[in-house]
Design a protein. Structure first.
Length: 119
């Protein structure tokens, strides 16, 4: 069971990296390096908190139910705080373009929806 959980989590995280790279390359080639950087930062603002959450959940595997639920809530809270902190740092970068940033962020998050559909 645990290896299957690792497999599912690693697949989703791998797909997130893949979509971030594709979107970043698209904006980089169709636009300029600022758009590519903006979309990459948006994607990373989604990926890093998801990685944190995934590690927190996988680490809690096998624990009693109450501790697993507490770990879930702690992971989700940490994910939200990490997302906010990352966006605060991103908005301090000069010349960030909002549209590519949001496209990178939303497409990285959309991997979860496609993963549910493919199950």
């Amino acid at each position: 069971m645990t290896s299957r959980k690792y497999s599912t989590v690693s697949k989703i995280l791998s797909y997130q990296i893949l979509i971030i790279l594709i979107i970043t390359a698209g904006f980089g080639f169709a636009g300029d390096w600022q758009q590519g950087l903006s979309s990459a930062l948006g994607g990373m603002a989604a990926f890093i908190p998801n990685l944190y959450f995934a590690l927190k959940i996988v680490k809690s595997s096998g624990l009693p139910a109450r501790k697993m639920v507490n770990s879930f809530y702690a992971g989700e809270s940490g994910k939200l705080l990490l997302t906010a902190a990352l966006f605060i740092m991103i908005f301090k970068v000069p010349n960030i373009e909002i549209l590519p940033l949001l496209v990178g962020y939303i497409t990285a998050l959309s991997v979860f929806w496609f993963a549910l559909l493919m199950r």
